[in-house]
Design a protein. Structure first.
Length: 292
């Protein structure tokens, strides 16, 4: 038995130097891009310090999945590279997935250190503190938002779609997509959100819950006033949208639950119309209306 154990020790000592897959630790920094080496038929695991809310890769040549606080990336083609974004409740992580190479030099796993907040920072009061991010099972209960059909299908230079809503503990998460159909870049930011009070509609709002209103429904609304909603946090895949591209964003709002329908308006920055008709004094508003 001792001879077998000794043989295993010798074998381990001989093999270990030939295996160089790296298990590293990275410090969270939203301004830094971490390069990861990959290999075909192998997973690279990224483990962060809190549950993952959203993941996006720039190309389908990498298979990317996530569960709780772990993200799995695997190349499906030999010469492909892409970028990868990971969002949690408190940070955005940026990665560059390099083309598949030798297994011996790949990044086997990465432990992403949690954001360390200075001790001198005063914690926010209970009314403004962002609650803990939802778990994977809770996100499955997010309510998908349907887009109401419109008779005239004219496209807009910039279009916004509300994807789904998730409510918990006095806050509302809204996930949305923005596509730039214009011929010039669009600089986006987190939306300003308003709750529309005293809304009157030809159609009952109860039948429109979890729906995004189209232009026809919006034009028939009668609104008494718009009250700003407190934005707790917001994340975007990118703040720059090239012509023909689309990005996904998430915004967290401080909102109490309600038994009656509520209409929200999300206002986005106007498209920079450099070189446009000088007689056009006012640009079309980029906004999305959703009933929750």
């Amino acid at each position: 038995m001792k001879g077998i154990a000794l043989s295993l020790v010798v074998l381990t000592m001989n093999v270990a130097p030939t295996i160089a897959q790296k298990i590293g630790t990275e410090t969270s920094d939203r301004t830094r891009i971490v390069h990861l080496k990959t290999a075909l038929n192998h997973l690279t695991v990224i483990e962060v310090g809190e549950p993952v809310m959203e993941v996006a890769a720039g190309s389908p040549t990498f298979k990317v999945e996530w569960e709780e606080n772990k993200v799995f990336a695997q190349p499906t083609e030999a010469d492909a590279a892409t970028n990868l974004f990971i969002w949690t409740a408190s940070e955005r992580l940026n990665y560059e997935l390099e083309p598949a190479g030798a297994v011996s030099s790949m990044d086997f796993a990465v432990d992403q250190a949690a954001v360390q907040k200075p001790e001198t920072v005063k914690p926010p009061d209970a009314s403004s503190q962002v609650q803990a991010s939802p778990s994977l099972s809770e996100l499955l209960r997010a309510k998908p938002v349907r887009m109401l059909p419109s008779r005239h299908g004219a496209t807009k230079p910039v279009e916004v779609w509300i994807n789904d809503l998730y409510e918990r503990d006095g806050r509302l998460l809204i996930r949305y997509s923005v596509r730039n159909r214009s011929s010039q870049p669009y600089q986006i930011d987190n939306p300003q959100v308003y709750e529309l009070d005293g809304v009157r509609s030809e159609q009952s709002l109860y039948g429109l819950v979890n729906s995004q209103l189209g232009d026809e429904q919006i034009s028939k609304l009668k609104i008494k006033q718009a009250t700003p909603v407190k934005v707790l946090d917001g994340q975007l895949q990118s703040e720059h949208i090239a012509p023909g591209e689309e990005v996904v964003g998430v915004v967290a709002l401080q909102m109490a639950s309600s038994s009656s329908p509520t209409v929200l308006r999300l206002d986005f920055p106007s498209l920079n119309t450099t070189g446009a008709d000088p007689n056009q004094s006012k640009q079309a508003q980029i906004a999305a209306f959703v009933v929750r």
